[in-house]
Design a protein around this ligand. Sequence first.
Ligand code: PMP
Length: 437
Amino acid sequence: MSHEQERPHPHPGAAALGNARASGSPAGEGVGSGIDWSAVRADFPLLTREVHGKPLIYLDSANTGQKPAAVIEATDDFYRHHNANVSRAVHALGTEATDAYEGARNKLARFFNVRSDELVLCSGTTFALNLVAYSWALPQLGPGDAIVLTRMEHHANIVPWQLVAQRTGATIKVADIDERGELDLDALYAQLTPEVKLLSLTHVSNVLGTVNPVREICREARRRGIVTVIDGSQAAPHRPLDIAAIGCDFYALTGHKMDGPTGTGLLWARREHLAAMPPFLGGGEMIKEVRFDGTVYNDAPHKFEAGTPNIAGFIGLGAAVDYLSGLGMANIDAREQALLAHATEALSKVDGLRIFGSAREKAAVISFLIEGAHAHDLATLLDLEGVAIRSGHHCAHPLMQHFGVPATCRASFAYYNTFDEIDAFVAALLKVRNLLL
Ligand code: PMP
């Protein structure tokens, strides 16, 4: 692919911020990277608060990431000093707003190693996947065609395809997982038969933490002429991500999980798809000329960005990307893997606790249940101890059906969490378990 050569790798290694924070860290908090993780944690104002009179232990980053001060300040600065609409006004504020917004697009493109004119900025993964469903799949698919999904998808990567299937007569096939929560790749490839036109799967499972080998899977699908869509919501916040190298057709992700503002996200698509796809929403910004006898659409990506965008949100997301780049995604990945290993070991010692998902490559997410205790009861009592975990179906009903449970608890870790927090979480879990059983 041509743009693989066009850009340097987006994560050249430990960055200035990391270096600036080297040394002086308490035991266990700076291991390996030279980054003082307690100084990093101090960048997150919310993490200093208390909940129910206890220090907050936030273990729900897979749901949404906390925001460093740099992100909060960037959005605040936009509204205080630059607020104007983009691409419309010639006045100074309008130019500043447009430059900042397009600057954020360029930062995102560099961060993910793709071209900025292939990045559609939108409200998040849900919007991005629906855009592919309505603009690519709806006109392309018909009776006799098939879509392949996997058992571990989020509802955002199931329901849009069901809507497409209902309207086109296409069918949906589901690739299954093994007892570790990994995809059965042989079975998946066997399902990629000639009627399959589209394969959509998650890069990282939000429930099991499984990291899918998307590069290999996309290569197999491409060899068979199948278009691939990757849901990168849970991958982008945690690991170096070179979208161009994956070889997919579409990559969707959400900004709020990578510590940016809510209501931000993007769809990356190959240029040829963006050029061929009809617009999803009509309105201002997405046109070159409107006449009652016909409208000329704008070029991609603007063709898919009707209306006023979340300008402040994307400026904040640009600041988040700067922040993450400063730490280095490889350092973040290593830190979160260490937290995951520590938490897995500690939780494995809890009597009656079952962990869902033990993939060989796994992100820092642990779904679990304790025999005899309801997930919601555990999460509610943990909240009273200041510990925020998620309980429920995690927008993955088919995965819950697979395991035969209505809900699980899920603790998810980010680089700003500490080993002490994990120990405090496990101690609180033992306490609430004893109250319940
Ligand atoms: N896919 C996955 C794997 C997710 O974890 C999420 C968010 N929980 C989504 C899609 C949807 O993201 P958003 O709500 O930001 O559109």
